[in-house]
Design a protein around this ligand. Structure first.
Ligand code: ES4
Ligand code: ZN
Length: 319
């Protein structure tokens, strides 16, 4: 039996496996610039975050209908459940779809169909986190929040993702304030490629409850001390860091040092179809590479529930 865990950092678009991408391309009459799944997989040799994002947004062209989004989420939740995921907080990028003419309602209703089914079929609970693309304008984020208003009962939180360097959290102060006023919770990617100062800004300017990645806090001992003291959850994604060359070797990942420093760490898969593993595979990989003890692994699993947006009674049932 795999360790029961929650997944808190997972982009649903990052679960698009090459086989499904080609099946959807055929169904929707989309031509992909790759001959077959093998050629596509060979392109998953990324230099950095941007080289990944370029391919990732391009491949999303195959996602067009409610059924496409439902199938995508269904496939993820089935795989995640098999690897011990009892609860998943799932990011989606509305702007990556509305920019291609796919209405936000198509995205959200399609995903919601699969999320409801997963509760019945696999006993997996879920939440949706709507992310703003930080390399788009603050106005575009505000328009996105506005367009999500008819669907807010489906959305738990807002997040911030895409190209980090040069796009500080403070650019999105207004939209985070508006989201909070609508009762949404707040998280943000920070300290993945961007500096430790962005982690601080996400906390102080945006008022986020969790930091997605946060790896580069390790460059700032005072910040580490604060994150530990305030028990701010960090949703780490070691295989992502490896594939996007934030680290050179998995053996060099700071996860163990971060736990030793008292940081509130969780382990997640980010974009599993692109980075070589779902969250169970990720637990396995860090155990091997970092020699984490069974106690440490259990601590990570426990942290994942505690850092989730589940209420206490739901959390007890999910564990
Ligand atoms: C992402 Cl790894 C990563 N970083 C930032 N934004 C993203 N969106 C999807 N994956
Ligand atoms: Zn991410």
């Amino acid at each position: 039996m795999p360790l029961p865990k929650a997944e808190l950092h997972l982009h649903i678009e990052g679960t698009l496996e090459p086989e499904l991408a080609f099946a959807l391309a055929a169904r929707n009459g989309v031509t992909l610039p790759f001959k077959d799944t093998e050629e596509l997989r060979r392109a998953y040799d990324f230099r950095d975050l941007q080289s990944f994002l370029d391919l990732y947004y391009g491949l999303m062209a195959v996602l067009r209908t409610e059924d496409d989004f439902a199938e995508l989420a269904d496939a993820y939740l089935t795989r995640a459940a098999a690897q011990g995921v009892r609860h998943a907080e799932i990011f989606f990028d509305p702007q990556a779809h509305t920019a291609r003419g796919v209405p936000i309602g198509t995205v959200i209703e399609g995903l919601a169909t699969a999320l409801d089914a997963a509760e019945r079929r696999h006993g997996v609970s879920t939440r949706l986190i709507m992310c703003f693309l930080r390399d788009q304008s603050a106005d575009s984020a505000l328009e996105t929040l506005e367009s999500a208003k008819p669907h807010l009962h489906r959305i738990t939180a807002v997040g911030l993702d895409s190209a980090e360097a040069g796009n500080p959290p403070s650019k999105f102060r207004e939209v985070y304030e508006a989201a909070a006023a609508l009762g949404l919770r707040k998280v943000a990617h920070a300290g993945e490629e961007g500096p430790a100062a962005y982690v601080r800004e996400a906390l102080d300017v945006l008022g986020v409850e969790r930091i997605d990645h946060g790896l580069r806090c390790m460059e700032d001992p005072e910040l580490v001390e604060r994150l530990a003291r305030e028990r701010v959850p960090l949703t780490l994604c070691p295989l992502s860091n490896l594939r996007l060359r934030v680290i050179d070797l998995l053996e060099e990942h700071p996860l163990a040092r971060m736990m030793d420093a008292g940081l509130f760490c969780t382990v997640n898969s980010d974009d599993p179809a692109y980075f070589g593993g779902y969250v169970g595979d990720t637990f396995h990989a860090v155990r091997e590479a970092l020699g984490l003890s069974e106690d440490r692994l259990r601590e990570l699993a426990r942290n994942s529930f505690e850092a989730s947006f589940l209420e206490d009674d739901e959390e007890r049932r999910a564990r």
